[in-house]
Design a protein around this ligand. Structure first.
Ligand code: PLP
Length: 445
């Protein structure tokens, strides 16, 4: 059958293998070849494939009602999910969830919530959202405007809002040529400088991925970073939006990645792992104080989608969260993450092309370089990352391409297996990575 799916990227000139089924950490193609899903798809399939408990919940909901229009009714399923999310947050304030269908929509919703909140506080000029380079917040144009990911922006640059303003906390290649801790976390204090330049009367919010995913391969800021950011935001009356689309729902070992820094954002966006690949669902969650301002004044949020809060998705996401709790998966993510990180650090040491290994929990980034001592990047036209992914696939291992260098320079990838991966499967994953790097380093192998 000729492939007509428009999702296939024509420039890659690649005939995609057809997947017929999945189970646990494996996907199987039409020829019966097994792929160890080392990236949980797009850091999404956190519980693995084909999970009985979730399938049961999906069927049970399909037997009740699948769709209810959000402007006409609410449902037990949506209310339960919002309460569950609130219960899993570790803050001293309640959070309210607005459900959408993708991470990009959640970013768009968060932008609108922030602007509308300041309108309701009689500060209508506060409309601008600050963001960082080496970031990704979504593909829709509002979310793309905030994304410091040049390759995804450049075709649309003229139509986007002003580009990101801040440097990323990229310690391996510090944008200020400093090193931690002597740097005094200059990248965090830069927020203050930028706000002074632009004037806080125009700024509604600052958005950041607590640990940068696709645009930086698990860039993990120093321990002081987010408390400095949060204090600067508070000082200037600017909301802090944590984009936890990739890092949330336990990926880094805490329910939210921002929990590692013990900071409370004003808005938190979730996606990917919330539906864990079983349904498309995302959420923009706002603190009680924002919610009550919006409820008392506007009385609504000027956003929403046809499929927002459909009970089929909310029931599925609820089952995903229950499964994570019942199986105590967060503890497992912490332990397995430490195991993988320790092993990777040791096993990849002999490879001079491995420049940096970073991340938390089961979100681990590996940055490749021409030589470790100089940190020199490979010329992008060498397509080192593409070759690595191809070799890994041949070895039956799926990895996630990430960018070092704004998507136009640098090669990096993410290792982010499902939380249910066993220790023997992790050992197999490690063997496959070593084999892949051996073949990449000496192509005759
Ligand atoms: N935010 C982050 C941090 C992401 O990693 C992504 C997707 O990769 C998005 C937002 C956009 O989510 P979606 O692809 O579901 O629209």
């Amino acid at each position: 059958m000729k492939q007509k799916s428009f999702l296939i990227k024509p420039e890659m000139n690649k005939r995609y293998k057809k997947i017929t089924h999945g189970r646990g950490v494996y996907l199987f193609d039409e020829n019966g070849k097994a792929y160890l899903d080392g990236s949980s798809g797009a850091i999404t399939v956190n519980l693995g494939h084909n999970v009985n408990e979730i399938k049961k919940a999906i069927n049970a909901q399909a037997n009740k009602v699948s769709f209810v229009y959000r402007s006409q009714f609410t449902t037990n399923e949506s209310e339960q999910l919002a309460s569950k999310i609130n219960g899993l947050f570790s803050f001293d304030e309640d959070f309210y969830s607005f459900f959408v269908n993708s991470g990009s929509e959640a970013t768009e919703t968060a932008i609108k919530m922030a602007i509308q909140y300041w309108q309701d506080r009689n500060k209508p000029t506060k409309q601008f959202i600050l963001s960082r380079w080496f970031s990704y917040h979504g593909i829709t144009r509002g979310a793309l405007s905030l994304s410091g990911y040049r390759k995804r922006r450049e075709r649309f640059e003229a139509t986007l809002e002003k580009s990101p303003q801040l440097e990323a906390p990229y310690c391996y290649r510090c944008p200020f040529q400093l090193s931690y801790p002597k740097c005094n976390v200059r990248c965090a204090y830069e927020l203050d400088t930028v706000i002074h330049k632009m004037g806080s009367t125009h700024i509604a919010a600052f958005i950041a991925e607590p640990i940068v995913g696709a645009a930086g391969a698990a860039l993990t800021p120093p321990k002081e970073y987010y408390s400095i950011i949060s204090a600067i935001c508070e000082k200037h009356q600017i909301l802090f939006i944590a984009d936890e689309v990739m890092t949330g729902i336990g990926r880094t070992g805490d329910f939210l990645a921002i929990d590692h820094w013990q900071v409370k954002p004003d808005i938190i966006i979730l996606g990917k792992g919330l539906g864990a690949g079983f349904t498309s669902i995302a959420a923009a969650c706002i603190s009680e104080s924002l919610y009550s301002t919006l409820a008392k004044n506007s009385g609504f949020i000027m956003s929403g989608h046809t499929y927002s809060a459909n009970p089929q998705s909310t029931a599925t996401a609820f089952a995903v969260l229950e499964y994570i709790e019942n199986e105590q998966l967060l503890k497992q993510v912490q332990k397995k993450g430490e195991y993988l990180m320790t092993k990777l650090t040791k096993l990849l040491k002999p490879f001079d092309i491995v420049g940096d290994i970073r991340g938390k929990g089961l979100l681990i980034g590996v940055e490749l370089v021409e030589e470790r001592s100089t940190k020199k990047m490979f010329p992008r036209q060498n397509k080192v990352l593409e070759t690595l992914l191809q070799i890994a696939e041949e070895e039956g291992l799926l990895l996630y391409p990430a960018q070092a260098g704004n998507g136009v320079r640098g090669d990096a990838f993410l290792i982010a297996p499902p939380y249910i991966i066993s220790y023997s499967e992790m050992n197999l994953l490690l063997r496959k990575i070593v084999k892949t790097l051996e073949r990449l380093s000496s192509p005759d192998k």
